[in-house]
Design a protein around this ligand. Structure first.
Ligand code: NAP
Length: 250
C-alpha cells in the first residue's frame, strides 16, 4: 500500500472494535503511528495494539473516557510526548440508546450527547492548539446519516450527529487559515456490534431501503477516512461525506 501517512501520528477515539478498529488498521497500513482510546474492551484493545505493531506501526491503547476532558487532555499530551506530535485526529467513539422520545429518560439523552458530541469537542479541543501551531493537520469526525435524515427513535443520537456536522463546518472555517482541514463522514447502517440489538425484522426493513441491498462494512468507511486523511484530499474541508449504500439518496 502507498505509505501516504508515513511517520504521521493519528489519534483516534473508540478503536477497540467496529469502525474505529478498521480505521486504525487502514491508517497504520498507510504508514501512520496510532494512539487510540477505548472505554471497556481491554483485551480487544491490547490485541489491536499488537496487531498494529506487527504491521510496523507504533501503537498504544489508552483506557480513557471521551466524556472526561481532563483524561482526554492527558491522553493527547502523552501521545504528543510519545510520538512527537499529532497530525490526524479521528473522532469516532460513539454510542446509541434508541428510544421513543416519550420513553427517553434524561440519562438516555445526556449519555449519548456526552459521548458523541461532547466527546468530539473534548478530543478536538485538547488537540487543536498543536495543529494550529504546526500549521497543518486533519480532523475527521464520524457523524451518521441519522444526523441528516430522520430515523425514528434516535432523537438523542440524531441530535448528537447533526451537532457534529455543524461543529465540522464551523471549525473548518475557523482553522482553514492554519492549514487544518476538518471533515465528517456520515455512514448509514454498517455491520458492527452497534447494530447487534436490531431485530431480524428491522434489519430486513432497513436493507429494503438501501439501494445496494446490503449493510456497509467497517473497512469501507475506513477507506473513506484514509482518503480524507491524506494529501489527495488537500483541498477538501468543511464537508460531510455520506457512505450509506444510497440509503439517503431518495
Ligand atoms: P461500536 O462497535 O459500538 O464501537 C464503539 C467504540 O466506541 C468502541 O471502541 C467503544 O469502546 C468506544 N466508546 C464508546 N463510548 C466510549 C467512551 N465514553 N469513551 C471512549 N470510548 C468509547 O460502534 P461502531 O459501529 O464502530 O461506531 C463507531 C462510530 O461510527 C460511532 O460514532 C457511531 O455513532 C458511528 N456510526 C456507526 C454506524 C453503524 O451502523 N455501525 C452508522 C453511522 C455512524 P469499548 O469497546 O471499550 O466500549
Amino acid at each position: 500500500m502507498n505509505q501516504f501517512l508515513h511517520n504521521k501520528t493519528v489519534i483516534i477515539s473508540g478503536a477497540s472494535r467496529g469502525i474505529g478498529r478498521a480505521i486504525a488498521k487502514e491508517l497504520a497500513a498507510a504508514g501512520a503511528n496510532i494512539s487510540f482510546n477505548y472505554l471497556t474492551s481491554d483485551q480487544d484493545s491490547d490485541d489491536l495494539a499488537n496487531e498494529l505493531k506487527a504491521m510496523g506501526a507504533k501503537a498504544k491503547a489508552f483506557k480513557v473516557d471521551v466524556r472526561d476532558f481532563k483524561a482526554v487532555k492527558s491522553w493527547v499530551d502523552e501521545t504528543k510526548e510519545l510520538y512527537g506530535g499529532i497530525d490526524v485526529v479521528v473522532n469516532n467513539a460513539g454510542i446509541i440508546k434508541d428510544k421513543a422520545l416519550a420513553l427517553m429518560d434524561t440519562d438516555d439523552w445526556h449519555s449519548v450527547i456526552n459521548t458523541n458530541l461532547n466527546g468530539t469537542f473534548n478530543l478536538t479541543r485538547a488537540a487543536i492548539i498543536s495543529l494550529i501551531k504546526q500549521k497543518s493537520g486533519v480532523i475527521i469526525n464520524v457523524s451518521s446519516i441519522s444526523g441528516m435524515i430522520g430515523i425514528s427513535r434516535q432523537s438523542n443520537y440524531s441530535a448528537s450527529k447533526a451537532g457534529i456536522i455543524g461543529f465540522t463546518r464551523s471549525l473548518a472555517r475557523e482553522v482553514g487559515p492554519y492549514n487544518v482541514r476538518v471533515n465528517a463522514v456520515a455512514p448509514g447502517f454498517i455491520e458492527t456490534e452497534m447494530l447487534k440489538d436490531l431485530t431480524d425484522e428491522y434489519r430486513e426493513q432497513m436493507i429494503k431501503q438501501i439501494p445496494l441491498s446490503r449493510l456497509g462494512k467497517a473497512g469501507e468507511v475506513a477507506k473513506l477516512v484514509a482518503f480524507l486523511s491524506g494529501k489527495d484530499a488537500g483541498y477538501i474541508t468543511g464537508q460531510t461525506f455520506v457512505i450509506d449504500g444510497g440509503m439517503s439518496s431518495a
